[in-house]
Design a protein around this ligand. Structure first.
Ligand code: SF4
Ligand code: SF4
Length: 61
């Protein structure tokens, strides 16, 4: 199963990944962007490509 991992040292909580993920995998925990539903990820890598900080890696586990 693919799953996205956010590098918190790079992430600025911009919210781009929340907006572009077709499966609604990301969400907010207070002001922090988090991987809310990793099981829904289909591995399309849109988040990895479009994160402006290159903070996301989609792992294949
Ligand atoms: S798109 Fe990248 S920088 Fe923006 S909230 Fe998502 S992981 Fe963080
Ligand atoms: S790889 Fe695709 S489905 Fe998975 S979290 Fe990123 S944008 Fe969403």
């Amino acid at each position: 199963m693919p799953r996205p991992v956010i590098d918190k040292k790079k992430c600025t909580n911009c919210g781009t990944c929340i907006n572009i993920c077709p499966m609604d995998v990301f969400g907010k925990d207070n002001k922090e962007v988090v991987v809310k539903k990793p099981g829904e990820c289909i591995g399309c890598k849109a988040c990895e490509v479009q994160c402006p900080e290159e903070a996301i890696t989609v792992e294949n586990g």
